[in-house]
Design a protein around this ligand. Structure first.
Ligand code: 5AD
Ligand code: SF4
Length: 489
């Protein structure tokens, strides 16, 4: 059987597979026994911290990690000066990688002072063999490395890291004692492992994993694997449980939710799933992330228009307004198709807020291409847009193309940012004087006496209030716009 990856001392074999959730629960129990012993030995609790980089999918994965770690018996610590720190990494742009390397040095400082401290690295960066090699070589103080398909294995990895006996399930323990498990593909979808929620009243729910789109610039399909849709019965069961536990807002998560069910052995499309989710008792709001424009169906638009529980927000990544670059990017739509889709959405759902992702400086981007992007932004009038400078990702087709000079890219980026901000402020300002409903999420971080929440259209609102309002739907009159946020009473 050919090896999957070969690191310095690590050879992974395709025959080994992650065990099922029953087996994983057994490992969580075994890890708990070892941790208990340690706690008795040292006479104090052992603490942990998980730091998340990147997207909503990573945030949800971190909740799963936290659920397992609490079950094992670790106690949450707010700072990174903890007995176990896990970095859940992102590799979509190089600056995310650099940030992680920078912070690892800082973690090493804590480790030198605390001989019990363990450091774990997981997430998208770990799916790149060159990253794992670099960590092994230059950051030998890292104790545990695992990939995006291995988070469910955390109980077993902790058990091994704490000195448990290897049962030969494909996890490698190197001579230095580093515990490593990175698969190139998932072995299936694991249900029923412990998970934690950051907020008691809202939760992300994965409906699918991976991405098959292979946009030319993007590393996600390589690090998150092929598209896999979760069984709708499992999704509904999870949401029913969450609602019974006090959750009223659900965010359905997937790299491209619109291709939910493609190639699956059940027959359900994303719009059908969305309708079912709205029927769950206790649900007030349903959101979803992310929608690829090429797969957004008329059926989805009509479900959004008919179902008041579906939030008035759609994130519709544009990437570029230039049809030439969209073709180069393998996006399967052009400028006119995108604008036509937006028109149909706005006609059907007039109060929708649209947000987007845009890349500036894709290889060969000309001033004309860039002006097409500016034109789409002016026409669509997004309430917010995430703008990114193109980052070369090794292994993607675009990495072979010539880069646009940095100064040109920065100039374009600044012009786009200004346009996005001006339009966002104008669009959001239109809500001043209107009556809305806010789901209050937290105390305001800066101003005492204020709370912060979100409207159905995802805009943030600050309003007078106290902790008793957290998790409540509160009617507000919008009094002021600060651009990307609102104030209300
Ligand atoms: N460079 C810059 N931005 C990127 N994105 C994905 N890959 C890259 C890259 N190589 C952006 C896209 C995507 C968002 C999540 O990240 O805009 O929608
Ligand atoms: Fe990346 Fe494209 Fe997949 Fe989005 S749809 S994750 S940009 S490959």
């Amino acid at each position: 059987m050919p090896p999957l990856f070969c690191y310095n001392e690590v050879v992974m074999d395709k025959t080994a597979r992650i065990l099922d959730s029953g087996e994983q629960l057994r490992f969580i129990g075994l890890a708990r026994e070892l941790l208990d012993k340690k706690i008795k030995e040292i006479g104090r609790q052992l603490t942990f911290h998980v730091t998340t980089f990147g997207c909503q999918m990573n945030a949800r994965d971190s909740e799963k990690l936290i659920g397992i770690l609490k079950d094992v018996g670790y106690v949450w610590e707010e700072s990174e000066d903890a007995d176990l720190v896990i970095y859940n990494t992102c590799t979509v742009r190089d600056n995310a990688n650099q940030k992680v390397y920078g912070k690892l040095g800082y973690l090493h400082g804590f480790k030198k002072k605390n001989p019990l401290m363990k450091i774990g690295m997981c997430g998208c960066m770990m799916q790149e063999p060159s990253v794992v090699e670099k960590i092994q070589k230059s950051y030998p103080f890292v104790d545990m490395i695992f990939g995006t398909h291995n988070i469910y294995q955390l109980g077993e990895l902790i058990y091994l890291m704490l000195g448990g006996e290897d049962e030969g399930h494909g996890v490698t323990v190197t001579k230095r004692g580093q515990v490593i498990s990175v698969w190139d593909e998932a072995s299936g979808i694991m249900e029923d492992l412990p998970t934690e929620r950051k907020y008691p009243f809202k939760s992300g729910v994965n409906i699918m994993y991976g991405c098959d789109n292979f946009c030319s610039y993007c590393i996600v399909p390589y690090v998150r694997g092929r598209e896999r849709s979760r069984d709708p019965k499992e999704i509904i069961r999870e949401i029913e449980r969450l609602c019974a536990d006090g959750v009223s807002e659900i965010m359905l998560l997937g790299q491209n939710v619109n291709s939910y069910g493609h190639g699956a052995d059940f027959d359900m499309s994303f719009p059908e799933l969305l309708r079912e989710v709205c029927r769950v008792e206790g649900i007030e709001r349903v959101r979803f992330m992310t929608s690829h424009p090429k797969d957004l169906s008329d059926e989805l638009i009509s479900v959004m228009a008919d179902e008041p529980k579906v939030c008035r927000h759609l994130h519709l990544p544009l990437q570029s307004g230039s049809s030439r670059l969209l073709a180069e990017m393998n996006r399967h739509y052009d400028k006119d198709k995108y604008l036509d889709l937006v028109d149909r959405i706005k006609d059907a759902i007039p109060d929708i807020a649209l947000t987007t992702d845009i890349i500036v400086g894709y290889p060969t981007e000309t001033e004309e291409d860039f002006l097409e992007t500016m034109d789409v932004v002016s026409k669509v009038r997004y309430s917010a847009a995430f703008t990114f400078i193109y980052s070369q990702r090794t292994g993607t087709p675009a990495a072979k193309l010539p880069m646009v000079p940095e100064a040109v890219v920065h100039d374009r980026f600044d012009r786009l940012l200004k346009l996005v901000q001006d339009i966002g402020a104008e669009e959001n300002g239109k809500l001043v004087g209107s009556k809305q409903v806010v789901l209050v999420e937290q105390l305001n971080e800066k101003e005492p006496g204020l709370v912060t929440g979100r409207l159905s259209n995802n805009l943030t609102v600050h309003l007078p209030g106290d902790a008793s309002m957290i998790g409540q739907y509160v009617p507000v009159t919008i009094t002021e716009s600060g651009g990307f946020y609102l104030k209300g009473e």
